[in-house]
Design a protein around this ligand. Structure first.
Ligand SMILES: Cc1cc2nc3c(=O)[nH]c(=O)nc-3n(C[C@H](O)[C@H](O)[C@H](O)COP(=O)(O)OP(=O)(O)OC[C@H]3O[C@@H](n4cnc5c(N)ncnc54)[C@H](O)[C@@H]3O)c2cc1C
Length: 383
């Protein structure tokens, strides 16, 4: 595997890093995290740089980039904080479903608007009783004339309340059959009558936030349906690998920042007349942290290169997701220890990394679910 970046990829990485250093300052991030504010100003910059269009074909106003470009961006955004990766990725991942399964009219309508920042897309699969077992969802859409009537409840819908958001909503359209044959995908603008969004109070990921959404006789025209009726499960699965890769790249970027910050602190902080990094206990923690992050990054790149070649990379992506999220959570925990009492103060970003990292072994498929996938691919039959 060749992990060397081309000159163009290096330019992309450097320009994203420079832009993020300029706009996503520590003060900006702290304010947005503390107050639960969506990073609109940063998002607008991404739009101006054309980053929202990178994954889409030129035909619809995109730049025709590949998965490696996307993981480079994911890693760079992750350096500032994992929530930036979520803000960046969500519209793209859901927009790619429009590209794959939408009609020509839908593609021409939605994709340019995603690219120019006119609309955002969030995703709603999870329900109170349907988490890892997402096929157990109970929200329904019933056809009446040329409209669909939606009733039910979703939970943990990240950034669903952001300005101009459209919810990529997975619902049952045939509750009587196996979920793989009875789910349909709809695009529901967040201010559609009958939609109520309530922000949840979370430990971390506070810039984007996550929401409960109630659907009470919500009426949506049939042209808001993406793909065929009862074929939504295919849409749901099709984007997951790509989404996971960009997400995992974000873990690697954010975990590296944790190590960099902890290392800088260990070099500077003096106790007993010497920097704490001279204590072997701390030095070894940092050595282990960097080794784990480098290994997580290699697993991610390995999966990305395989995906870019068009090969099936479910095993590699699942391993990279499992190891990347657990590494991020572990090093953030160690980073807290190294920074001592100051890590616990809200003015230092380590506590934010720690809070945000904790979500990553749960979201986008829990660690247990990744282990199930890996074990099944090893020929075991895990229940
Ligand atoms: C911050 C945040 C943002 C999120 N954003 C979104 C979003 O935008 N859209 C969306 O649709 N969802 C979102 N989610 C939901 C997320 O995908 C779910 O939380 C996740 O799928 C797990 O579901 P659950 O929380 O119901 O846990 P459960 O599925 O109830 O799991 C509880 C525990 O049981 C374990 N478990 C469950 N089944 C098995 C099994 N078969 N084998 C072994 N162990 C098992 C799990 O690993 C876990 O440890 C978000 C969640 C969070 C916390």
């Amino acid at each position: 595997m060749n992990f060397e970046l081309t000159e163009e990829q290096q330019m992309l990485r450097d320009s994203v890093r420079k832009m993020m250093d300029t706009i996503a300052t520590p003060e900006y991030i702290r304010e947005h995290d503390e107050q639960g504010l969506f990073p609109y100003e940063v998002y607008d910059k991404w739009v101006k740089m054309g980053l929202l269009g990178l994954a889409f074909p030129e035909k619809y106003g995109g730049a025709g980039g590949d998965v490696l470009d996307m993981v480079i961006i994911g890693e760079e955004l992750g350096r500032k904080g994992y929530d930036f990766v979520g803000a960046f990725g969500m519209s793209i991942f859901n927009g790619l479903n429009v590209l794959r399964y939408g009609t020509e009219t839908q593609k021409k309508d939605y994709i340019p608007k995603i690219i120019n920042g006119e609309i955002r897309l969030s995703i709603s699969m999870t329900e109170p009783d349907a988490g890892s077992d997402v096929g157990a969802m109970r929200t329904t859409a019933v056809k009446e004339g040329n409209e669909w009537v939606i009733n039910g409840q979703k939970v943990f819908s990240t950034a669903a309340d952001s300005d101009n958001n459209i919810i990529s909503l997975y619902v049952k359209t045939d509750p009587g059959v196996h979920h793989s044959k009875g789910v349909t995908l709809f695009l529901v603008p967040k201010d559609t009558p009958g939609v109520t969004i309530r922000k949840l109070n979370t430990l971390g990921r506070r810039m984007l936030g996550t929401n409960e959404i109630f659907f009470d006789n919500v009426r949506i025209p049939d042209n808001h349906r993406i793909g065929d009726v009862n074929k939504g499960w295919k849409c749901l699965l099709s984007g997951l690998q790509f989404e996971r890769l960009v997400t995992i790249a974000g873990y690697a970027g954010n975990a590296q920042t944790v190590v960099d910050d902890a290392l800088a602190y260990a070099k500077e902080r003096k106790q007993f007349g010497r920097s704490i990094g001279e204590f072997q206990a701390i030095a070894h923690m940092l050595a282990d942290m960097q080794t784990q992050v480098s290994a997580a990054r290699m697993l991610m790149l390995n999966a990305a290169v395989k995906t870019a070649k068009g090969e099936d990379a479910l095993m590699e992506i699942s391993q990279a997701k499992l190891f990347g999220s657990e590494t991020f959570a572990n090093v953030a925990n160690q980073g807290m220890q190294i920074m001592g009492g100051y890590s616990y103060m809200m003015e230092f970003p380590m506590q934010r990394h720690y809070r945000d990292a904790r979500s990553t072994t749960i979201t986008a498929g829990t660690s247990q679910m990744q282990r199930n996938v890996i074990a099944n691919l090893m020929g075991l039959k895990v229940k």
